[in-house]
Design a binder for this molecule. Structure first.
Ligand SMILES: Cc1cc2nc3c(=O)[nH]c(=O)nc-3n(C[C@H](O)[C@H](O)[C@H](O)COP(=O)(O)O)c2cc1C
Length: 202
């Protein structure tokens, strides 16, 4: 029986993640630029949601509004879960990570490139209703949206609540589906000496 070889690039799983995302991008995989962020709500229940996964220089990050429930959950905990599934190449990453606030200038520069609707929504969260507020109806939301849009100046800038976080992984687990062969699963853990790795039963 042949045991599959060690995965390539074991020295730095972040390099491996970056190479895998680039490969998924070449396959036009929409998941190459997305992740799932898992947090714990104040009542102890888990919450997960899809977010755009941004390329930073260096590293990866997420952009969210400070009015949202997830922002409060991030601030209340030093660890979040991040899941990245690259369907086109059959690779899953499960991260446990800290989140470090991105400097406001970088956030503002990224915010300026956003389309109109998310920009207006950020101002709506800031001035009228925090993200995830319960409203009476979709009509109420659209009325609110138009009210906010019509009061905003042309030279719009990011509100204070537009925030970004750099993802700083401490544990990275990579599962590579291997078709007819045994899947490949490796756990990488950050230590003072760099990354250690262990092979896990897939
Ligand atoms: C494809 C996709 C991309 C998304 N990207 C973001 C994002 O980058 N930032 C964000 O705050 N919400 C994003 N969302 C919306 C979130 O999944 C979520 O519904 C919203 O942020 C409210 O989450 P919360 O109530 O847990 O705070 C995205 C949703 C989808 C489906």
């Amino acid at each position: 029986m042949t045991i599959p070889a060690e995965p390539r690039g074991i020295a730095d799983p972040l390099v491996l993640l970056s190479a895998d995302r680039e490969e998924a991008q070449r396959h036009a995989d929409p998941w190459a630029s997305l992740c799932v962020l898992a947090t714990v709500a104040p009542d102890g229940l888990p919450e997960a949601r899809v977010l755009v996964l941004r390329d930073l220089d260096p590293g990866i990050g997420i952009f969210i509004n400070a009015s949202s429930p997830k922002h409060h959950q991030i601030e209340a905990s030093d660890t979040v879960g991040v899941l990245i599934y690259l369907a086109s190449i059959g690779v899953q990453y499960r991260l446990q990570a800290g989140l470090a606030a991105i400097d406001p200038e970088t956030v503002r520069a990224g915010w300026n490139l956003r389309p109109e609707i998310p920009k207006v929504m950020d101002w709506l969260y800031e001035t009228r209703a925090p993200q995830s507020t319960v409203l009476d109806s979709r009509e109420a939301l659209l009325t609110l949206y138009e009210e906010v849009r019509d009061t905003l100046p042309n030279d719009l800038v990011a509100p204070a609540g537009a925030t970004g976080y750099r993802i700083e992984p401490r544990r990275i687990e990579r599962l590579k589906l291997s078709g007819e062969r045994v899947h490949e699963r490796v756990l990488y853990e950050a230590s003072n000496e760099g990354w250690t790795h262990s092979v896990l039963v897939p």
